[in-house]
Design a protein around this ligand. Structure first.
Ligand code: RB5
Length: 168
């Protein structure tokens, strides 16, 4: 897949993805699904179903998006809640938990979502595939939503300590 350029910087079109143990199976299935849809992925773990702490994996994906290394990411845990809470600490991240195609669609149209979050214990495989495709194929609407997104971005400036600068 060809890289895209934003302000002269190459951004990988690969989709970066991670889960905790609560959604390991779903992650593997979504990676397969993405491949079938023609998307490359970078899998940041977990690589088995052993118990881990979801913030460690949310950080990996959210930091990559925050730094502009990737344009889109996917995070999965049992409910999707912990991943959302953690990922949204990072500047420029708009991680959105979707339980259905309506919320997935609106998260792109109105919120310019850059990380899709789902729950492996709350969302069945077929619904997850529909949510994924909806999220991937729905553009951001722009217009009146730009000013709202800008207001979110202004809050990034209030963060004194930038977690995106931490090593891991
Ligand atoms: C792990 O048991 C579970 O707490 C986690 O996957 C997630 O649901 C947290 O929000």
């Amino acid at each position: 897949m060809r890289p895209i350029f934003l302000k002269g910087i190459a951004i990988s079109e690969k989709i970066v993805i991670a889960s905790d143990h609560g959604a390991f199976d779903l992650k593997q299935k979504l990676i397969e699904r993405l491949k079938k849809l023609g998307f490359d992925t970078l899998d940041m773990g977990v690589h088995d179903a052993k118990s881990v702490d979801y913030p460690d994996y949310a950080k990996k994906v959210a930091r990559a998006i925050s730094r502009g290394e990737f344009r889109r990411g996917i995070l999965l845990c049992g409910t999707g809640i912990g991943m959302s809470i953690t990922a949204n600490k990072f500047p420029k991240v708009r991680a959105t938990l979707a339980y259905d195609t309506y919320t997935a669609r609106m998260s792109r149209l109105h919120n310019d979502s850059n990380i899709l979050v789902m729950g492996g214990r709350t969302t069945g495989d077929e619904v997850a595939y529909e949510i994924l495709e909806t999220w991937l194929h729905t553009p951001y609407e722009g217009g009146r939503h730009d000013k709202r997104i800008n207001k979110i971005s202004e809050l990034d400036g209030l963060i004194v300590h930038d977690p995106a600068d931490e090593g891991n």
